[in-house]
Design a protein around this ligand. Sequence first.
Ligand SMILES: NC(=O)c1ccc[n+]([C@@H]2O[C@H](COP(=O)([O-])OP(=O)(O)OC[C@H]3O[C@@H](n4cnc5c(N)ncnc54)[C@H](O)[C@@H]3O)[C@@H](O)[C@H]2O)c1
Length: 270
Amino acid sequence: MAYNLLKGKKGIITGALDENSIAWKVAERAKEEGAEFTLTNAPIAMRMGKINELAEKTNSEVIPADATSLEDIENLYKKSEEILGGKVDFILHSIGMSPNVRKGRDYGDLNYDWMVKSLDVSAISFHKMLQVAEKMDFINEGGSVLGLSYIAAQRTFPDYSDMAQAKSLLESIARSYGERYGRLKKVRVNTISQSPTMTTAGTGVGGFDTFFDFADKISPLGNADATSCADYCILMFSELSRMVTMQNLYHDGGFSTSGITQKVIDHWEK
Ligand SMILES: NC(=O)c1ccc[n+]([C@@H]2O[C@H](COP(=O)([O-])OP(=O)(O)OC[C@H]3O[C@@H](n4cnc5c(N)ncnc54)[C@H](O)[C@@H]3O)[C@@H](O)[C@H]2O)c1
């Protein structure tokens, strides 16, 4: 159901690789809610993914950008401003990648060049996108910037490896930049901490199926899927959340505050 929540709003959506991506669902919902936006992803994802299909569906243009490159971000903002005819009201950072996770490196044997890459791609890129936006005065007053996080920032999940550090850093940047951008321009910065979700990035983590099932059983509402995450992103881009900033918002069916649930008790009593 559409509510016109983003009517007249302009934005940038990063990270849509294929129809399973959280960003893909956000783009579909943003379109339904009346927003105009550009899509972006790393140049390599243009070849691997299906972003052009999404662009056609949402009547939007794709601007390739490596989110770790300041030059690419500047170009992304300049081109978006031309295409959209003005500054933006929202930005979704939906980007994560760890070479250590991808290549199955043990946490006690991390490759540190790869760890630096994980932090740069998955967290520092969030700071870069905010800093370039501030310098170019690219976000309208009251605008909303969102990153996507995971509860491994607070609790341990062995196979999540250095992505746990990346998510802690991402959440910390949301607080620090949220304070700054709120004071300067009333721009809001938040992260949404999402349930395990069946996407390329998600299923790349070792033991994913097990912790997907575990989280589902320990969340009173079950795991939140990508579509409901997209709905929450729309709410956070809308006027309805205009006083919310510097928060890490759990979107996880209750996982983050559950001790044990009846489903888990039933499972172990079998
Ligand atoms: N899937 C889950 O279980 C889950 C849970 C919580 C949070 N998240 C977070 O949600 C976000 C989106 O991931 P997803 O699950 O939709 O998976 P996804 O694989 O569909 O999306 C990740 C995206 O990051 C992009 N990317 C990687 N390196 C990049 C770079 N250098 N520049 C620009 N883009 C780059 C990829 O091309 C891809 O589109 C990530 O931050 C992820 O950590 C995912």
